[in-house]
Write a protein that binds this ligand. Structure first.
Ligand code: NAD
Length: 467
């Protein structure tokens, strides 16, 4: 069992890159900095380890990953402390402890998922069966918002399917991912799974390297496109989990008080820094005032502060750049005549990158705060009269990751959901992912599925045996 101090000591490097605590704006540790030579060495080690790992068979691989899940669970508090310090999300609420719970939960769900050979033809004359074989070497590149959880979404199914993995976490949150791998690797063969901390240049090298049969990427759309271009010559398989600008549509039959807390967490989990968070809220005019009042009451009561203080459920933005994005969008909203119902006035002289929980109404759909992914705690609330109009407005823009419909009538909600262009649509909640339900975007939010049996298939290559 690790303590926070022992885990940090195991993964940090004294002469490495400073890692900033977003609650103070000051460095709290240093991360190793991997070179392109380190990448080549990791690839060599992965290539050497992968065939034996694949040959071990599924049961033995599941057993190793199960021991890895127990290992993470035993050091859960240490890992949560590190996430809270590095990424900023609070230990409490749906924060850092919740993230570590998801690491363990997704590992266990990945192990529990069955992937049987599929007999697709068996008519007495012909027989055809689809198998999923290991790809070989999988490259993984991740973001900073849920660093350990998203890393697990990437490495767990890849390893389960018999692959080796070389992973690059975000330069803002390398330690949480290095620490997760440090624990998991106690139960894996040497060289099979390597995490290399580095910046964009290292990511580019992974994206263009012919050794990788697959690259799985979670991050912004622009980077996803860059990886697609860089990998084109190698025809590398890609999973691209990109940004979202998720709409929520509230139908006129809701009980505003009953949905307010789910609306709040749908939008503000991780201080809004969540890919499939509610990023623009369309509310029917009949319930508009009630929904705004109830949501503002919940939002105004949620404490924000350093993630390491137990009483907080909202933390800082992880980076100054993200603070600046949210600040710009809210200032633009004000300049366009948007009315700030809550928040909107950050203390720019205070330490750390805290942006207050903010609700804005009265904007047109072409305001930047509505059109762009804010990835922070500033939610635009928009009124609608006609459901066809609301659906058309919800479907505007490039993104197609998630969406939600809120109603007391699940059937009516499902009818609306079917008309929304998004990979996942939740009813009366938002972003409540499940490890057995496939997750992925459409349109500009990318392609490829994670989780469940589809997620396992995506980490294998299909082979059809005839006969
Ligand atoms: P980002 O694209 O800036 O960076 C992601 C990773 O890509 C980092 O590790 C970075 O070093 C690396 N990178 C940067 N340029 C690269 C290049 N040219 N080639 C290869 N790698 C490169 O994204 P971010 O700011 O870390 O994350 C925020 C974005 O991620 C938001 O848009 C959010 O919606 C999205 N996101 C999506 C999901 C999802 O599941 N769809 C989940 C979480 C976050």
């Amino acid at each position: 069992m690790e303590t926070y101090e022992s885990l940090l000591a195991a993964v940090s490097a004294e002469d490495g890159t400073p890692v900033i605590d977003p609650a103070t704006g000051e460095a709290f540790a240093h991360a190793p900095r991997a070179s392109i030579d380190d990448l080549e060495r990791a690839i060599e080690a992965a290539r050497a380890a992968q065939p034996a790992w694949a040959a071990l068979g599924d049961d033995a691989r599941r057993a190793a990953l199960s021991a890895a899940a127990d290992e993470v669970e035993a050091s859960a508090e240490a890992l949560a402390q590190l996430i809270a310090r590095e990424q900023g999300k609070p230990l409490s609420g749906p924060g850092a402890r919740f993230e570590v719970g998801a690491v363990v939960g997704w590992l266990r769900a990945t192990i529990a998922t069955e992937l049987e050979p599929e007999v697709v033809v068996d008519d007495g004359q012909s027989k055809a069966t689809v198998y999923y074989r290991p790809i070989g070497l999988v490259g993984a590149i991740g973001p900073w918002n849920w660093p350990a959880m998203i890393a697990t979404w990437q490495f767990a199914p890849a390893l389960r399917m018999g692959n080796a993995v070389v992973m690059k976490p975000s330069e803002y949150t390398p330690l949480s991912v290095l620490a997760t791998a440090h624990l998991v690797n106690r139960h894996l063969p040497e060289g099979l799974f390597t995490v290399l901390a580095g910046d964009r240049e290292l990511g580019e090298a992974i994206g263009s390297h012919p050794a990788f049969g697959k690259v799985t990427f979670t991050g912004s759309a622009a980077t996803g496109q860059a990886i697609m271009r860089a990998s084109a010559d190698n025809l590398t398989r890609l999973t691209l989990e990109l940004g979202g600008n998720d709409p929520g549509i509230v139908l006129p039959d809701v009980d505003a008080k009953a949905i307010a807390e789910n609306l709040f967490w749908g939008a503000f989990i991780n201080t809004g820094q969540t890919c499939a968070a509610l990023k623009r809220l369309y509310v029917h005019e009949d319930v508009y005032d009630d929904v705004v009042r109830e949501l503002a009451a919940v939002a105004g009561a949620m404490p924000m502060g350093p993630g390491t203080d137990e009483q907080n459920v909202l933390g800082p933005l992880t980076t100054q750049q993200q603070f600046d994005v949210v600040d710009r969008l809210v200032e633009d909203a004000k300049a366009r005549g948007g009315k700030v119902l809550l928040g909107g006035e950050p203390d720019r002289s205070a330490a750390g990158w805290f942006y207050p929980t903010t609700l804005v109404e009265g904007l047109d759909d072409d305001a930047d705060l509505v059109r762009e992914e804010q990835f922070g705690p500033a939610l635009p609330i928009l009124k609608y009269t006609d459901i066809d109009d609301a659906v058309e407005r919800a479907n505007r823009g490039e993104a197609g990751l998630g969406a939600s419909v809120w109603s007391s009538d699940p059937e009516a909600a499902r009818d609306v959901a079917a008309r929304i262009e998004a990979g996942s649509v939740w009813i009366n909640s938002h972003g409540t992912i499940h490890p057995m339900a496939p997750f992925g975007g459409v349109k500009g939010s990318g392609y490829g599925l994670e989780f469940g049996v589809e997620g396992l298939k995506a980490m294998g290559v299909p082979q059809v045996i005839h006969g």
